[in-house]
Each structure stands twice: as C-alpha cells, then as structure tokens.
Design a protein around this ligand. Sequence first.
Ligand SMILES: [Zn+2]
Length: 408
Amino acid sequence: MVVEKCQVCGNAELERILFLGYLPPVNTMRTINEHPHEQISYPAQLLYCTKCHLAQLGLIVDPMIIFPKSYPYTSSTTKILRENFAELYKECTSMIKLGPADLVVDIGSNDGNLLSNFKDGHKVLGITPEEIGKIAIERGIPTIMDYFNKQTVERVKSEYGKAKIITATNVFAHMENINEITRDVLELLAEDGVFITESHYLMPLIKTLQYDTVYHEHLRYYSLHSLKFLLESHGFEVIHAKQIPTHGGSIRVYAARKGTHRVRKTVAALLEKERPIVTEKQNLLEFKKKVVISKLKLHALLLRIKKDGKRIYGVGAPSRASTLINYVGIDDGIMESVVEVKGSHKVGKYIPGTLIPVVDESKLFEDQPEYAMLLSWHIADELMPKLREKGFKGKFIIPLPKPRIKDL
Ligand SMILES: [Zn+2]
C-alpha cells in the first residue's frame, strides 16, 4: 500500500527526504548454493510530514511478507536490550505505584524479556503473534499468542481486567493503523494507568545518519513531537520522555489519560532539544546529502582495502545490515562473508539481494581476514573487545556515521 497521506494526521502533503532504492525484504534469506532467481524488492523511501513531524516509509508492505510466522527476532540477544528493560522496570516502579495485583501488559512481548523484570512482583501478560511467545510461556510468563487488536483487548479485559501499565517497545513503529492501535491501548488501560512506549528515535537517526534502520518493518520514525501529536489526539498526555540507547538511539515516552498524572519537566526539555533537528524541513533535506557523502566515503575506504588485495568479512547480520549492504552496493567481491553467532538461523543463508554467505562466527577466527566490518556498528564499543578476546587479530571497519578503520 502506497502511503499517500500521513499515517498519524492525514496530511496529504508529504516531503520526500530520502530514497534508498528498491530493497529486498530483510528476513527472506536464500539458502547458500540456491541458484539466484527472481527477487522481490520494495521502494525504500522516507517521507516527512510538516504538520505532525512524523517520518514514515512511503510504502506499507503486506505484514505476511515481512513478518512471517517464523519471524526470527529475539529480544534477549543483546546486553544493551536486557539492561534497558531492567532500567525501564526501575524507572517505572519508582514513578508509578504498582501493587502485586496490578496488571502489566506488554504488546509485542516476544520472548518475555521485558516482562521477566515485572513477573515476580506483579501480574503480567504478554501479547505477541509470533511462535517465539512459546519461549515466554515456558519462562512462566502468561502470553496470548495473537495480534494486538480490538478482539484481543476484549479478551484481556474479560480474562484479566484492565492494565495499570501497558508497554510497547520497538513495535509501535511496526504496526499498521496506528490510530486504531492507540485507541485500543487507551481502551485496555485502567483509569489511572500509564502507557510506556519505546521506538526508534528520529533525532539520533538524523544526527548519526542511521539510514540503515530504514527498512520495511519500520513504518514510522517518531520524534517526541510526532508521538505527542498522536497520543494527544486520542486523549493521552505525555508525562515523561527520554532518550535511551537501544537500537542506536530510541525514545521512551510515558503517557496517561490527560490530567491524571503530573507532567515531568523532561517533556518540555526534550521537545526543545529535538526541535531544530526534527521540525526544520531544511535540516531534514540536508540529511539526504550527508547520507550520500557517507556512502561515497565508505566506497573510498573499501577501494583502498580491495586495491591492496585484503579481505573483508562482515560481522553480524541484523536487519539493518541488509539496508546498508544493498544501498552501498557491497557484493561478495567486496565482502567475502558475514559471520553470525553460532545457532543463528541466518547461518547458511545469503544476505538478501546478494550472494554474500552468512557463516558461523568461528570462521572469522580461523580465516583471520585483515578487516572485519561491524554491521551492528551502533554497538561497536560492546563488540570490538569481545571479538579481540575471542581471537580476531585484524582491524575493524565502522561503516557509520563516519566510515573509519579502528584497531584496538
Ligand atoms: Zn502528519
């Protein structure tokens, strides 16, 4: 479905701020040695709404294609995510009085990582459509394995009652019909309840050139301005907001029914901070120029290495790697392999749109290529010492925001 008007406010005049070409869906990976045949791809265009300041993809791809039942993502994988949820728990329970009978509902609960923090002291319930919900159930977290919608809300209300806390982390940008979802959240929320949402944040995306987080799973890129607009239009009030480090820069927002909670100073402060970056059209148009320059700088860096006949392996195959590799035009002549941790379902497949094989991480230490490009560059500081410790002797390439070589 082509996005012809803003998904939040309905404005039909959307500005084009970036076009990364036609990209294959990030989670459809071909098996190694399968002969290449036709490959579906979708335009990756970022649009900007001057009315509510939302950035959004220009095309909504059928969720059946981008979120297959076997959707492989697990939320417990990185340290930064685990720490973030532990911190969310601490912050939330210090701000809101939460008793043992109060219900905490997590939308898009995945393997139960977030709720595992709440489960000992409170009633918890996960909602996730993916198979991975079974892992949460095994961990003792009640989980409804279904989509979050009006029917699910009715079911939760009759079986569990209304929720004191509703969380939605890293899913609020993925779901279609965001106005409907917001209404459903309000419907499920107790009168004095609080809704906490975390999403990719447009401010660091623009500041650190994270065009690689643009792919078809992410329909929207929020700022506090656009979240506030969305939430207020449904009777919510934003009561607290802050920037958090997950996914290379996210935003956490607390919202409640208007007038039920004290509004923290953090809201006005963050609005002020992001204003010049996310509300000025000229700045957003500059973003495109910076993305292009960064691509060409990465080319120049790769050219020097390949002229010397050196090998480059990629490290990590997160979704964002597919956007970077396809947009920059990296092929198997430039990057021989991408290594992934043992047991990853991605091992034995090709990076979408390429013939770059994803292989077991041990290959990096056996083959010792001269360079390893960190495709999860946003956690480079966490990754580099780990790879050194495991025995990698070469240099690191950090592709964004400023392409550079690093030697620890
Ligand atoms: Zn809008």
